[in-house]
Design a protein around this ligand. Sequence first.
Ligand code: IGP
Length: 262
Amino acid sequence: MAKKRLLEAINKINFDGEKAFIPYIMAGDGGLNSLKTKLLYLQDLGATAIEVGIPFSDPVADGPTIQSAGERSLANGTTLRLIMKEIESFYEVVKVPLVLMTYYNPILSYGLKKFAVDCERIGISGLIVPDLPIEESDTLRMELASTDVALVPLVSLTSPAERIAKIIASGEGFIYAVTVNGITGVRDGFDEQLKQHFVSLKEKSPIPVLAGFGISTPEQVVNIGALADGVIVGSAIVDAFHQNDLSKIQALIQASKKKVLN
Ligand SMILES: O=P(O)(O)OC[C@@H](O)[C@@H](O)c1c[nH]c2ccccc12
């Protein structure tokens, strides 16, 4: 099945002259019963899709902010199973596409087949599995083949050209282009080569290319967003929810809605 839901949500925003904005939140941070409220809040502000993080004990790609959020969530007793149940209880109300970000281990212990079936049933639009390299993704890909759940690949700044071509060829939903070398978290500056990197990715990719990692201010949303089809913001959103600074979240999303002329 062609993966449509996520792709179409992003294409529609770009067609309207805006950049896609995908906030990341950690499920279970602040209690699992706050998940629905946060999702509806972000949906109403105009998030294109929302990345929902599954807490994991060994989060190798996560910076300090997301790590702490994961620890708070785990301390609340959050598990993938409970998160799936919780989403099932409100998936008819939350309309914005949801992308689950999880390491591979929780999926394996949940059961690959069951996970794919359940994701489809509760309306999940995409998956990001940062520790599953493309060479090892066939099993999961096969389970997802008959669903509208896109397997969103990550491309790093240092991926060689042949690898980028392979990743793009198998990409579904959008390409997650990582803008820094290293882990998630707030950054001051970006690599000067970034512009060329995005020009080249966008040339090669038939699906949207979104930029993520280190984007934490409205200015960065505008500037990095201009290079890509949209942005993903994690740590800044997680922090703002944790500190209950909702105006920060509003300003970040608003920055993606400045019309751009292509
Ligand atoms: O926090 P940042 O720097 O804004 O980056 C987004 C990121 O947090 C989110 O997409 C994410 C959280 N954990 C990840 C692990 C791998 C890839 C991506 C992620």
